[in-house]
Design a protein around this ligand. Structure first.
Ligand code: ADP
Length: 440
């Protein structure tokens, strides 16, 4: 019964009944008149509904119109369809907005270029990395915005099989890996990634391997030279012993380098100890003092100026290595007759361990680089005093694992002060027993 044709036929049949009655009672003219009027009324109703529908289709009415009679069913169906379509569109719009937000927030730069490499859209990272302002730069050729010659050549060569390492002209030395990949409808995606850190690490790794090889090759060459001399020449026992002593010294030097490298590699790769131990600082300082005195062999005045009452929380071996290295440097870079002072100050706000010397001092420009591996101000002097160039790198790492910072102050010819500053959470009150012992 829902078919409009069937319903129209039924309506006509229904209208024919009163028209037939009027025709029989009042005459045929009246019958036709009643039928015509009824049909005209039905036609007007259809025209009215069609007008409402046309207004809605033209966008003049927001909602699907309501209808009467057979129009009610049709318009209800249309209304439901319209609602379903609206829901689908809203879901799509939400999904689109979400993927746009994700695209914008990506840590990787992403820009869409047209077939002629003009920019159509880019995300926030791309704006930041390439220095683009998407609002004003849309439609600009990318090579007008990123002008580095190597990038212009990369785009012109049209070989995008591998990414390009691009040094930007920014002050922070940003290095990008950029690549063009084909996208839909002959458009292009310009992808960019910040590889500054990775490039720096790679350079450091290469320098490091070169440095280690160089550092080990020097004593090895000397050692082999001595070995050949001893083998080729007939030396008297005294001379032989001298040569053997020199060879042993070169061997020890290589051993020191390897020991320091292993210490450094452990500090870098081992996870921070899970539980920090209380380090008996008074005992540790006494040991550092003893080692410094042994190294000095009486050539320096060495003083320990330590406050009592607080200990450090941390890894004893790492702290001993850091403090010991600072003390040994002070001895090694202070001429005989000079003074070295070990200072320990601690309170609830934090602690400082400092080594002060009256030694040769360091020119200002070297200070920021001292903790680099194998960096030495005076190579010969470092080597003569048994240095490996790794001591301060070890100190820096060991301290960093205790959230401590290293401060270096120095004046050439007057002396240096190396201070490790520990945060409050690394400092604990020493046990009462030790305090009373110290007082007693
Ligand atoms: P090294 O084994 O050569 O001493 P370090 O890493 O311990 O290596 O120190 C790096 C460089 O810093 C040293 O070669 C030296 O030039 C300089 N240096 C370190 N400590 C002092 C100091 N107390 N006085 C003067 N120079 C120092």
């Amino acid at each position: 019964m829902n078919d409009p044709v069937v319903r129209t036929l039924a309506a006509i049949a229904l209208l024919a009944v009163p028209a037939l009655a009027a025709g029989l009672i009042l005459g045929p003219a009246w019958g036709w008149a009643v039928l015509s009027l009824a049909l005209a009324a039905a036609l007007l109703s259809h025209a009215h509904h069609l007008r409402l529908l046309a207004r809605w289709a033209a966008g003049l009415a927001a909602d699907v119109p309501e209808g009467r009679g057979m129009w009610q069913d049709v318009l209800t169906l249309l209304y439901r369809r319209e609602r379903a379509e609206l829901r689908r569109r809203r879901t799509l719009a939400r999904l689109l907005a979400r993927s746009r937000r994700a695209g914008r927030a990506l840590p990787y730069g992403m820009a869409i270029l047209d077939a002629e490499h003009r920019i159509l859209w880019c995300n926030d990272s791309s704006e930041r990395q390439l220095g683009i302002d998407v609002r004003s730069d849309v439609g600009q050729p990318i090579v007008n915005l990123v002008r580095q010659p190597e990038f212009v050549r990369y785009v012109a060569a049209r070989d995008f099989s591998a990414p390009l390492a691009l040094k930007t002209s920014r002050d922070d030395g940003l290095i990008l890996s950029v690549q063009l990949v084909p996208y839909v409808e002959s458009q292009w995606l310009l992808l960019s990634r910040d590889v500054t850190q990775a490039t720096r690490l790679e350079t450091m790794r290469r320098d490091f391997v070169a440095n280690v090889s160089h550092e080990l090759r020097t004593p090895l060459t000397v050692l082999i030279g001595f070995l050949e001399t001893v083998r080729e020449l007939k030396l008297d026992p005294g001379r032989s012993r001298d040569y053997l002593n020199l060879m042993a010294e070169q061997g020890r030097r290589m051993q020191r380098i390897i020991d320091d490298l292993l210490t450094l590699s452990t500090l870098e790769s081992a996870p921070a100890p899970e539980h920090d131990e209380r380090v008996d600082t008074a005992l540790l300082l006494a040991r550092v003092l003893g080692d410094a005195q042994a190294l000095s062999g009486g050539r320096h005045r060495i003083r320990l100026d330590a406050e009592e009452g607080f200990d450090l929380l941390g890894a004893e071996s790492e702290l001993a290595s850091a403090f010991g290295n600072l003390a040994s440097n002070a001895i090694r870079y202070t001429p005989a007759g000079g003074e070295v002072r070990l200072v320990w100050r601690a309170s609830r706000e934090g602690a400082i361990f400092a080594v002060e010397d009256t030694g040769i001092g360091i020119e200002r420009e070297h200070i920021p680089r001292l903790t680099e591996r194998f960096y030495r101000v005076d190579r010969g002097r470092s080597r003569e005093s048994g240095g490996t160039g790794l001591g301060l790198a070890i100190v820096k790492h060991a301290l960093a694992r205790h959230q401590a910072a290293l401060q270096i102050e120095s004046e050439p010819g007057r002396g240096s002060r190396f201070a490790a500053r520990f945060p409050a959470r690394r400092v604990v009150a020493a046990p009462a027993r030790r305090k009373s012992e110290a007082l007693g």
